[in-house]
Design a binder for this molecule. Structure first.
Ligand code: NIG
Ligand code: FE
Length: 424
């Protein structure tokens, strides 16, 4: 199989054309081509344009040809913030929250992240690979072609590394590309209770060197939050992580306003994530520095918290990305259409902005805007075909996937029509 595909006569070819994050108004332009065609050769996009023009230049017989008449074609979605490798589940915590318990109250009495830590420490690599593969299959069915995944359910050297090794293995085995983030500072493990600074020292001195030596992660992230890690502790860890060669992300201002957003700008992080309580100065700093504001409305929805001010951030010229935050606690959902619905209905993003946020800006949030996130010549052949003629159906079909086919690196890996995944 030479992975040469031609997609022709797309009602709308939504290219999202660009090679860097789009800020503010630029997020509204999807660079749409009517009756569009895209050619993928050897896993890479080699031609994009009007069907007539593209077809005139190639020998169609040399391609596996897909007629996308009546369908919209977009870049594969990039889910730039997830915690998808974990053991166990926390369904009971969801029911406690319905009763009025808060996320942080559950965490402070030993549940929450530490609950998943216990289950992940005892899970075998094989179990984590199996559950991870199923979750990737589901993401793929939603049109996700690249996902970021975080460690952070080990909080010890062995299990953090185990999670990252599982992601590396899955990256080889599964068509969805995985970008790995080390999130050892996701919570304070019980072994380090009341000794947060020592835990940060342990991460810096003992864990990060092992991870960078084996190139197990590309990013370092931290839960910068009241009662978890302070701005000062976050800065100390992230500066050292950067010195060791990792790029930076921050869980910032999720539950209360602490200043993680400003820290992300100060350190030149690739993204600042959550931002439910980001300050005015923090938002301005993101816009000025081009740090991607990654918003996770599924989490605000699941925790019944106020949504991040997505509309305002775009109006202030930020580059906004959307992601699921898929994890076993605050948001057990990998649903892309749910996030689209929430972002448009409750954060007042336009549908165009939401599409940009899940494609080229999602790619920018994991420092991949030069290779994925748009349908441009030279980029990876990651393309999705919808069942409907327009991208407007994505949030309109509330909570239901409109994705019919997924092409990853020029290979058809999901086809709803055949109601099966084709990569296995
Ligand atoms: O992004 N807030 C911290 N981390 C995750 C939740 C992880 C969990 O509850 O297991 C988040 O919301
Ligand atoms: Fe998260």
């Amino acid at each position: 199989m030479n992975n040469n595909i031609l997609i022709k006569h797309a009602s709308q070819l939504i290219t999202c054309s660009g090679f860097q994050a789009k800020q503010g108004k630029a997020m509204s332009d999807l660079h749409t081509i009517e009756d569009g065609a895209v050619v993928i050769e050897n896993a890479m996009i080699t031609a994009v344009g009007k069907s007539e023009t593209v077809l005139a230049k190639i020998d169609e017989a040399k391609f596996e040809s897909i007629d996308a008449n009546g369908k919209a074609v977009l870049p594969g979605f990039v889910d730039s913030h997830t915690h998808f490798i974990f053991g166990g589940y926390r369904a009971e915590e969801f029911s406690w929250r319905l009763r009025g318990d808060t996320y942080m109250a559950i965490m402070n009495r030993g549940g929450g992240i530490n609950n998943t830590v216990q289950a992940t420490r005892i899970a075998s690599k094989k179990e984590l690979i199996e559950s991870g593969k199923k979750r990737l299959d589901s993401m793929l069915s939603f049109g996700v072609t690249t996902v970021e995944g975080k460690s952070g359910y080990g909080l010890d050297s062995e299990t953090e590394i185990k999670q990252l090794e599982v992601m590396k293995e899955l990256n080889h085995r599964h068509p969805v590309d995985i970008v790995s983030t080390f999130l050892g500072a996701h919570a304070v493990p019980k072994e380090y209770k009341e000794r947060k600074d020592e835990y940060i020292d342990f991460m810096i001195q003992k864990v990060i060197p092992k991870i960078t030596d084996r190139q197990l992660a590309e990013f370092c992230d931290i839960f910068c939050e009241k009662g978890v890690f302070s701005v000062e502790q976050s800065k100390r860890l992230l500066v050292q992580a950067r010195n060791a060669g990792l790029k930076i992300k921050i869980h910032a201002d999720e539950i209360v306003q602490l200043g993680g957003t400003e820290l992300a700008a100060e350190l030149g992080a690739i993204s600042a994530d959550h931002l439910l309580h980001a300050s005015e100065s923090g938002i301005k700093a993101l816009a000025d520095t081009g740090v991607v504001a990654t918003l996770l409305p599924g989490t605000a929805f699941g925790l019944k918290e106020p949504y991040a001010r997505g509309r305002y951030m775009i109006d202030q010229n930020c580059a906004v990305a959307l992601a699921t935050d898929f994890n076993p606690g605050s948001c057990f959902s990998e649903s892309i259409p749910l996030v689209f619905a929430l972002a448009t209905l409750y954060m007042n993003l336009s549908i165009e902005e939401a599409v940009t946020a899940f494609t080229i800006n999602g790619a920018a949030a994991i420092d991949r805007a030069d290779t994925i996130g748009s349908i441009d010549v030279g980029k990876s052949g990651d393309v999705i075909i919808l069942e409907y003629p327009s991208y407007q159906y994505i949030p309109y079909h509330i909570g239901v996937s409109t994705v019919e086919k997924v092409i990853k690196n020029g290979k058809l890996v999901f086809d709803k029509g055949r109601s099966e995944r084709t990569h296995t």
